[in-house]
Design a protein around this ligand. Structure first.
Ligand SMILES: Nc1ncnc2c1ncn2[C@@H]1O[C@H](COP(=O)(O)OP(=O)(O)OP(=O)(O)O)[C@@H](O)[C@H]1O
Ligand SMILES: [Mg+2]
Length: 271
């Protein structure tokens, strides 16, 4: 059964849930640009780095890329468990690629690179999307540029898209990671949001959930923007708490007082 605020505001679903279809993602020009840059880089068989703060929308950008890239000719593989040593990392990659993981580190590496070469022969460009890449073990990071080496480093048969928090860039800039970093041609970041972005995002999510009118006042949106600090995940959390609180107070409009209550006190529901 749907939550009571969903019924109170006559929505079709919880407006700020993470279960949003790829085709419904919010793509303002700033995000669209990032999506296009990633797609372009992959089409050029290049390597990509994408960094941003927690909840800034990095994984959603990857989903938009998946939606946008032509299906034919590309094989996207998404890996998000970066907290593995080198051998287990490659074993995970094998599994994601539908290969049987071999026992030794050398054999798993061989299986992955062989698979990449076979796809190259079939004119399919594999793209490994490594999410949470700031968590990659150093021994995995040390090895990634070797995975990019085909035919005496003369063929670009694979695109790596490394995605993570800003620390990832700092790590890659270290001298020991230069072999990999120097191969990453596109270095992108998701920047901070302005208040109009927050307002547009909130409106879009509410509209997608069936709202046919404004639910948040302009000053409530300003307070929401300030509290969320450019994190869309924070916006989701705070906006949901505000809708819940307004429904509890039987108010059809989320005004500044309700928002102040939520952002000032992060345990709503007891006031
Ligand atoms: N473009 C978008 N359109 C719609 N909703 C979005 C978009 N980007 C982010 N969101 C919302 O914000 C939430 C967090 O986004 P996402 O998971 O992409 O952030 P992230 O940058 O990958 O965070 P983390 O660093 O914690 O992995 C999503 O679950 C979704 O609800
Ligand atoms: Mg993410």
């Amino acid at each position: 059964m749907s939550e009571s605020f969903v019924r109170f505001f006559a929505l079709s679903e919880a407006a700020f849930s993470k279960e949003i279809a790829d085709s419904d993602l919010w793509l303002p020009p700033s995000k669209q640009e990032v999506v296009e840059e990633v797609c372009e880089a992959v089409q050029e068989h290049a390597q990509v780095l994408l960094v941003g703060e927690p909840g800034a929308g990095k994984t959603c950008v990857l989903r938009a890329v998946r939606h946008r890239l032509p299906q034919a000719g590309y094989r996207l593989t998404y890996c998000h468990n970066a907290t593995l040593g080198r051998r287990d990392f490659y074993r995970q990659l094998c599994q994601a690629l539908g290969l049987t993981p071999a026992a030794t580190a050398a054999a798993v590496f061989y299986a992955v690179s062989n698979h990449v070469e076979n796809l190259g022969r079939d004119r399919i460009h594999p793209v490994f999307l490594l999410d949470e890449a700031h968590l990659l073990h150093q021994d995995t990071l040390d090895h990634l540029h070797i995975l990019l080496n085909y035919e005496w480093d003369s063929r670009a048969l694979l695109s790596l898209v490394l995605v993570g928090l800003s620390d990832l860039q700092d790590r890659l800039e270290l001298r020991k990671n230069r072999s990999l970093y120097s191969r990453i041609e596109r270095r992108l970041s998701i920047g901070p949001m302005v208040v109009d972005d927050t307002a547009e995002y909130v409106q879009l999510r509410l509209r997608r959930a069936g709202a046919d009118r404004e639910i948040f006042t302009a000053d409530a949106l300003t307070a929401l923007h300030e509290a969320a600090g450019s994190s869309l995940r924070e916006i989701d959390r705070i906006a949901t708490a505000a809708l819940r609180e307004a429904a509890r107070r039987k108010k059809k409009l989320v005004e500044r007082d309700v928002m102040a209550r939520i952002v000032g006190d992060l345990t709503p529901g007891d006031g």
